[in-house]
Write a protein that binds this ligand. Sequence first.
Ligand code: 3HC
Ligand code: NAI
Length: 694
Amino acid sequence: MAVDYTTHDGVAVITLNNPPVNGLGLSTRAGIVEGIERAQNDPAIKAIVLTGAGKAFSGGADITEFNTPKATQEPTLATVIKIVEGSAKPVIAAIHSVAMGGGLELALGAHYRVAAPGAQIALPEVKLGILPGAGGTQRLPRAIGLEAALNMIVSGAPVMSEKLADSGLFDELAQGDLAEAALAFARKVGAKEGPHPKVRDRKIEHPNAAGFIQFARNTVAAVAKNFPAPQKCIDAVEAGVQNGFDKGLAFERECFMALVQTPESHALRHAFFGERAASKIPDVPSDTPVRDISQVAVIGAGTMGGGIAMNFINAGIPVTLLETKQDALERGLATIRKNYEATVKKGKLKPEALEQRMALITPTLSYDDLKNADLIVEAVFEELGVKEQVFKRLDEVAKKGAILASNTSTLDVDKIAAFTKRPQDVVGMHFFSPANVMKLLEVVRGKETEKDVLATVMKLARKIRKTAVVSGVCDGFIGNRMIEQYIRQALFMLEEGALPAQVDRAIEKFGFAMGPFRMSDLAGNDIGWAIRKRRYQEHPDMHYSKIADRLCETGRFGQKTGGGWYDYKAGDRTAYPSKVVDDMIVAFSKETNSERRKISDEEIVERLVFALVNEGAKILEEGIASKASDIDMVYLTGYGFPLYRGGPMLYADTVGLYNVERAIRRYAARPNGDAWELAPSIAELAAKGRGFTG
Ligand code: 3HC
Ligand code: NAI
């Protein structure tokens, strides 16, 4: 049973006991009802306290039950809340740590609420693409007022219990022990005659409710254009304001049932679990001991090194920053300071915090200063020879047990590890640019990387607020290996009839933050050029469109040279379609005897996204990624894949692998079809009617 029942001198205490967060799954719900009935039937009981064991009052409905029969099996949460609210004996919710979603809705069904300070109070359903489905949109406005409630419901953001002390939500904020305070409160109200107050009976008072609701609708429209839930939250609150509690509740239920089936909600839940699943490595048990990381060193204070250092400093971990020359060191420090100054200007950092953070950096030119570092992250030039020098030196100076990480994006981590006598301590930490901003961290597991090194880095990633995904060693790891296939297709389509602006527009309409050509202009077209030059040597059999090389030969490296696939004006990042480039593309098609045809937006999206999917499938087959959701997390957090589509692998499942397979086979039979080698697992899963993620 997921609920404990105890009695304390006339008070029954029903304790949710469903670790980790007392999710309100079927057995917990049934347990609450049983507890309430038992207390009703015991004449010695005068009041009932409802609370949660462990680290939460309740994190809400059990999300793992969604879209399964258990979710709608009685007693549903709505039924449980009705029973709690209908109890003749007063029910007091004793709230601590976390009261979210259905957990808060349950508490709102109680007659009284006593809270501990420091509890996170939220209706975060909107973040899962749904709305509070057990009365939250009706009771919260009645408890704390329309404006405050709507803000919480539409943002999903947690509010600390002490901030809500005078909001009308709590009857008491317990200063000492919560259990004792709740028991004392229960005895007090237990002695009173009923009926006890119900939030549903309160009135929503607002001088201009309709005006405020319209304001909320306008505000939300801009930010939530691809997500239906925020508007539905407003609709449900409005229904309650206009038509009263019962009609509002019925409407809320209807919206909930519809939203939980939407692909957007599915995608958001996939991302929620995907993020948590990413930190679990199949053969690294969760109790693997971790190494202590209290001193970090970063080698190289360039574009990446500076950003990487900032991550640790922001988490309060001191960083020693090493460069070869004083001027490079000073440039690196100045860039870090400039970044913090920009944050101060935006009002997001106090000036004194800037100095505190800068003080956590120890700049140095000497490897001797690295001997106390627990983790050393290398971010020097991307040349194996330079990495060799650095790692050999690190092997000499680093203390025993220090983790040696490389931020390489293209080199073989096993080769780098072999430069040391301690390959077990070497790991890839592939940050993305700008490293202080981007959420993604690919953790590259070498063939000898120790499990405790991985466990340590995964834990540290959480501390520095990164989404860490483990990748095996391969060219490009998960993200860049896949993006290469996507870019190949983008370039082939130019040859076959499309222009950069059309390709970008189609994929941006699909939801990508930036299409491949705008992205390439931003990153610098010379980077891809360098990679292709290497490919021509290493894989002369691999077929690329040479159109991008042609562009680079003209010196159009992108924004930094004032022109790339697009034209740019000084001080303006807007991409203007370029007649010169478009003419060059058309001429190139002629030269290569490629017949230009009209390419539909649908084809553009399919070819780009299925190229990712096909390579992703191979990455899974090879064990480079251990699960499909890891690939999706890489794409959602590092490559601007639309969140509401859940990542390439979930998207492929949504389309159906049967359809993905058919499309790939079709493209394989067309010009440039040699780039499509169907991943066997797509055909295998399609034949079984299965997908990557479920
Ligand atoms: N259902 C099922 N599992 C849940 C869950 C939930 N509502 N909330 C958290 N979990 C699980 C996580 O998946 C994770 O599992 P794992 O250990 O196997 O990976 C575990 O609990 C711990 O979660 P975190 O790692 O996130 O732990 P934190 O301590 O950092 O955070 C939390 C705890 C703040 C509760 C955070 O987990 C959270 O935000 N959870 C989601 C809360 C939420 O969205 N609730 C609304 C649910 S929908 C609802 O209630 C519908 C209703 O209106 C009808
Ligand atoms: P960068 O050229 O901006 O910085 C490299 C820095 O390393 C320079 O400041 C240089 O002085 C310093 N350096 C060179 N040799 C050194 C040595 N022996 N000891 C100490 N410092 C030395 O390069 P960037 O872009 O920061 O790249 C660094 C690494 O990060 C590379 O491995 C790169 O592949 C990787 N990377 C780069 C990304 C990017 O978008 N720029 C993204 C992800 C990884």
